[in-house]
Design a protein around this ligand. Structure first.
Ligand code: APR
Length: 274
């Protein structure tokens, strides 16, 4: 359990921040029931990301014109957890900080849309968003409702189970330009999204939160260094350890869904005291 002094130190930094930016990873969504990637039993413990095209099944099918063996299980599992997932207290606390006018932006590696569902509006999704399609022809982005995504997902699983490659290709949505659309998620080896904007946010920050990420994937994992080099104070919250310990000013080992709401509650008290 995080000590009161670390909670206090983190809350004071946040309460005094002029440009607070949060950087999040899969750990923030773990308490919403979405498995992380590298924890024991995590997704990359059980599935080969390269076989699955880094998570975007359509691309790996179109590229390889074959259906990865583990695709059906992976897609079924992801759909099941996403359908049940809703923002947890860690997400909600970040939404609260934006409503309090303190949080400038959230830079996330997560594709689950939970920061937006928690009320954050300035969200930079460097690995994309599964509730969005991208046209391979003209690059247009098309939002998907939860219902649309889960309906598309159920059809996808049915076709995967039958090994119906033609059916899968005809399932791909069409853009107004006639182009084929894919899920707007970034696979391994694919260019990340909005990185210049994310770097600019990190460089502008005076307090930078690192929440629930192992820092295993670049270029996203460079962001804490950009913030540090710009003179920001760094606060890390992670359930199993401090992955940026050479950079952070406050390192808290704990679950974001438990620790972060306590910090935001203390921030509220400090600001009401001013
Ligand atoms: N609260 C805080 N931290 C947690 C929690 C929790 N409840 N549960 C797990 N964690 C921590 C783990 O200790 C781990 O350090 O979250 C981190 C999750 O790390 P990863 O599984 O590596 O996820 P992430 O850092 O987001 O991975 C980055 O890798 O595969 C790609 O595209 C994928 O966006 C992902 C990227």
């Amino acid at each position: 359990m995080a000590g009161k002094d670390l909670i206090e130190e983190a809350a004071r930094l946040i309460a005094g921040a002029k440009n607070l930016v949060a950087f999040t990873g899969a750990g923030v969504s773990a308490e919403s029931g979405i498995p992380t990637f590298r924890d024991p039993g995590g997704l990359w413990d059980r599935f080969d990301p390269y076989e699955l095209g880094g998570g975007d099944i359509f691309s790996s099918i179109f590229r390889g014109s074959k259906i990865p063996a583990s695709a059906t299980t992976f897609v079924s599992e992801m759909l099941e957890v996403l359908e049940k997932a809703h923002p947890n207290p860690g997400h909600l606390a970040l939404g609260e900080l934006e409503r309090m006018g303190i949080l400038r932006s959230v830079i996330t590696q997560n594709i689950d849309n939970l920061h937006r569902e928690a009320g954050n509006t300035r969200v930079i999704e460097v690995h994309g968003n599964i509730f969005r399609l991208a046209c391979l022809g003209c690059g247009s982005k098309i939002g998907l409702s939860r219902e649309d995504l889960f309906e598309l997902g159920r059809k996808l699983v049915g076709l995967l189970q039958k090994g119906d490659l033609q059916g899968l290709i005809s399932l791909a949505s069409r853009c107004w330009c006639g182009g084929i659309c894919r899920l707007d998620v970034v696979g391994f080896g694919e260019p990340v999204q909005d990185m210049p904007q994310a770097v600019q946010e990190a460089r502008r920050s005076d307090v930078f939160l690192i929440l629930g990420t192992s820092g295993a994937v670049y270029p996203a994992a460079y962001l804490p260094e950009y913030a540090k080099s710009a003179g920001a104070k760094l606060i890390e919250i992670n359930a199993t350890g401090c992955y940026f310990q050479e950079l952070v000013d406050v390192g808290i080992i704990g679950k974001t869904g438990e620790v972060f709401p306590r910090i935001v509650e203390r921030v509220r008290e400090l600001l009401e005291m001013d």
